[in-house]
Design a protein. Structure first.
Length: 423
C-alpha cells in the first residue's frame, strides 16, 4: 500500500481535474459510456474468484454459462481474483503465475467483447510478490478494460468512477464508484477505505451534481470489503442463546446479532467481516445523496441485502472453487438498472448459482469433482507422472528379485559335477 503524503485539499484539486475530464465517461479517446438503446444496463459481478494459476475448470465453466445466459453489458471483478497466499502461486515465477490467472479469468469476458472493470481485494497482492499496480497495468492491456490506476493520487490502487450517460447521450444517468478497500489495518483488522478516497468520491459526486443542474447523479458503489455500518442494520441481542444469533466480526466483534426481514433479505450464512472502524464512508454517502446501493465481496457465503437509511448494502457471493465456499452459495450477482427508474433509487438484482447450470448425471458429477483442480487438463501429465513413479518404484524391485534368483541358483550350479563325453 502506498503512503499518502499530500493534503486532502491537494487530492481534491487533483480529483476535480479528473472529474472535469469525465469520471471515466469513456476510455481515453473513446466515445462516452452509454446505456444500451433500450435504456437498461445489465451488470454481472464476479466476486472472490480467488484462484491460483491452475484455475478451476468449474469456475471457468460457471462464468461462461452465466455470460452466455445473461449477456451482460458490463462485468465487474470485485476483488480477490488472485489467491496471493496459496503455496502453488510461489512455485516459480510469481508474476508469470499472476498474469496467467488474469489471462484465464478474463478470457471468457474478453472473447465475448464485454467491457469490464476491476477492483482489488485483500488477497490479490497479499504475499504474492506482485504489486497491485503491476496487476492493474496488465488488466489495462486487455481490450475492453475500463479500470484506472490513479497513480500516486490516492492510497491503494484502482479507486475510480465510471459515468454512464442515458441511451440518447443527453444526460449523465448513472455513476459507478469503484473503490480499493485496501488490505489490512496496522492493528491486524481488515482494510478500511481512507479519508482521502472518501474525499475523492465526494468531490466526484459534487462535480457531477453541478454538471447535472444541481441534482445528484444516481450512483452505485462497488468495493471488496463491506462497510462497518452493516452491523447497524442487524438487531443486537443479549447472547448466543437467542435463536438465529451470530457473533459479530470486525466492528461488530464481541456482540451478538440476529438479522431478518424487513431490513435484511437474502442469504446471510457467515458473519460479515468489515474493518474494525469507519472513516466516515457511509456517512458521506448519506450526506451526498447520490449512492443508492453498495455492493461488496469478501464474505464468500453471503448474498444478502441489508437496507440502512435508504441505502442497500448488498453482499455478492464468492465464485471460488479454490478457497472456502459451498455449491449452495457459489455463483455471481446480476444487477439490472433502468436509466429512468434509478433516478428514484429503483433497480433489480439477483443471484445466479453455478449449480443452476450443472449438467445432470453421474458422469457430469464426476467431471465437476475433477474439474475443481483441472485434472482433465492435466490427465496426460498425471498419467506420465504415475508411469514414471511406478517405474522408479517397481523396476529396482524387479532387478532385485532377478539378482536374488541368480544368487540362489549359483551354489547349486557350482556343486554339480559336469559329465564328460561317453566313450
Amino acid at each position: 500500500m502506498k503512503k499518502f503524503s499530500r493534503t486532502c485539499a491537494a487530492a481534491a484539486a487533483l480529483l476535480l481535474g479528473v472529474c472535469l475530464c469525465g469520471p471515466r465517461a469513456a476510455a481515453a479517446g473513446e466515445e462516452q459510456l452509454r446505456f444500451p438503446e433500450d435504456g437498461k444496463l445489465k451488470i454481472a459481478v464476479f466476486a472472490d474468484l480467488q484462484t491460483t494459476q491452475n484455475v478451476s475448470q468449474n469456475l471457468l465453466d460457471g462464468l461462461e454459462a452465466v455470460l452466455d445466459a445473461e449477456q451482460p453489458d458490463l462485468v465487474l471483478y470485485l476483488g480477490d481474483q488472485v489467491e496471493g497466499t496459496h503455496p502453488l502461486l510461489h512455485l516459480g515465477d510469481n508474476e508469470a503465475h499472476v498474469k496467467r490467472i488474469i489471462d484465464q479469468v478474463l478470457e471468457p469476458v474478453v472473447s465475448r467483447g464485454i467491457p469490464f472493470a476491476v477492483v482489488f481485494g485483500n488477497h490479490d497482492a497479499q504475499d504474492a510478490g506482485v504489486p497491485k499496480e503491476t496487476q492493474m497495468a496488465y488488466y489495462r492491456s486487455f481490450p475492453g478494460c475500463l479500470a484506472l490506476d490513479e497513480g500516486d493520487a490516492l492510497p491503494g490502487c484502482g479507486t475510480y468512477s465510471l459515468l454512464y450517460y442515458s441511451a440518447d447521450g443527453s444526460r449523465p444517468a448513472l455513476n459507478l464508484y469503484l473503490i480499493d478497500s485496501l488490505e489490512y489495518d496496522e492493528g491486524g483488522g481488515y482494510g478500511c477505505v481512507s479519508r482521502e478516497q472518501i474525499a475523492w468520491c465526494r468531490t466526484v459526486g459534487e462535480t457531477l451534481t453541478r454538471l447535472n443542474g444541481g441534482r445528484p447523479v444516481p450512483a452505485l458503489a462497488f468495493q471488496h470489503i463491506i462497510v462497518p455500518e452493516v452491523y447497524s442494520a442487524f438487531t443486537q441481542v443479549r447472547d448466543k442463546n437467542v435463536e438465529g444469533a451470530f457473533e459479530g466480526r470486525g466492528a461488530g466483534a464481541g456482540r451478538w446479532y440476529t438479522a431478518g426481514p424487513p431490513a435484511v433479505a437474502g442469504a446471510l450464512l457467515e458473519a460479515p467481516c468489515p474493518p474494525d472502524y469507519s472513516n466516515g464512508q457511509f456517512a458521506t454517502w448519506l450526506a451526498a445523496g447520490d449512492v443508492k446501493a453498495a455492493f461488496f465481496a469478501h464474505d464468500h457465503l453471503n448474498s444478502f441485502t441489508a437496507t440502512l437509511n435508504g441505502i442497500d448494502l448488498t453482499a455478492c457471493p464468492g465464485a471460488t472453487f479454490t478457497s472456502y465456499g459451498d455449491d449452495a452459495a457459489r455463483g455471481v450477482r446480476i444487477i439490472e438498472i433502468d436509466e429512468d427508474e434509478i433516478l428514484e433509487g429503483r433497480y433489480e438484482t439477483r443471484v445466479l448459482r453455478f449449480s443452476e447450470y450443472y449438467r445432470p448425471g453421474l458422469f457430469a458429477a464426476v467431471q465437476r469433482s475433477f474439474g475443481r483442480y483441472r485434472i482433465w487438463d492435466y490427465a496426460l501429465l498425471f498419467l506420465f507422472g504415475a508411469l514414471v513413479l511406478a517405474n522408479a518404484v517397481f523396476w529396482p524391485l524387479h532387478l532385485r528379485r532377478r539378482r536374488k534368483k541368480r544368487l540362489a541358483s549359483a551354489p547349486e550350479t557350482a556343486g554339480r559335477k559336469t559329465r564328460g563325453p561317453s566313450h
